[in-house]
Design a binder for this molecule. Sequence first.
Ligand code: AN0
Ligand code: CP
Length: 323
Amino acid sequence: MESFLNVQDLGDLQSALAEAREIKQDRFKYVEMGKNKTILLVFFNNSLRTRLSTQKAAQNLGMNVIVLDVNAGAWKLETGHGVIMDGDKSEHILEAIPVMASYCDIIGIRSFAGLADRQYDYSETIYHQFLKYSGKPVFAMETATVHPLQAFADLITIEEYKTTPRPKVVLTWAPHPKPLPQAVPDSFAQWMNAADVDLVITHPAGYELDPKFTGDAHIEYNQLKAFEDADFIYAKNWSCPGVTYPEKYGQILHDYHTMMDWTVSSRQMAVTNHGRFMHCLPVRRGMIVTDEVIESPDSLVIPEAANREISATVVLRHILAAL
Ligand code: AN0
Ligand code: CP
């Protein structure tokens, strides 16, 4: 595997889930695979889970790990082409990428959407520059439009906790004070569409996600109706994806104070089928979800985050196998 952005990149999903179960039984089973291989994790944005779980996964496979926080100690990188670099950016990404690549065998990238230019974000410009100019396998640790390591961990978690063969999974928008990317809901929708679940998406009008990720998932604008008989509730905020309102791409459409009835509380959880609560974290309590719901025994946020180590171990194993 040369590139990991989409669910299809991993090959057969059922075999990948079987590999996840195998790795969970014995995380160090393939510790010889990564001997004398070096992985570089490049962060343009903050991270707790991705940073720790991807390092742990690489160590499970016996790799050497280097982590670079671009905005904390490296030179500020210019990413545009044809720019006269007379500002605060000292180095161009087109030199920095091949230099970084010369020290490693695999590169992970965290580079969030800028939320200003839809075309730039949705063509995954930075990720594709890494792919093109590194000559090394590259994988997404949340890029502009996708977060596949998260969505794979989410699916592993749903497989572990489901009580029916085809559970009803609801992706719900929830309020947040700052504009956030669409990467998490995009990947979640894409992976759920590839899995054996009944996916329903609920959000206020205007937050329609790109159909290239949502496919033919059912969209229900009435949140409470969407929650009826749900087995899993997956909450996330996202800013305007620019599908319905291209001019509002990356913006918050309404003052969040007026949207607080979308916060996931026991009022909505009561109509589910003993639904389990999920969120990728970090989560803002009182905005996305109430303390009561996130602290309840039906909250899966901790095992879900723990499964990030498992999803990353499976993905890195696939990349190592093709080196
Ligand atoms: C990021 C996002 O919404 O994409 C990362 C989530 C894993 N969240 C924040 O920036 C708060
Ligand atoms: N869920 C997730 O990717 O968390 P971090 O942003 O902390 O890595």
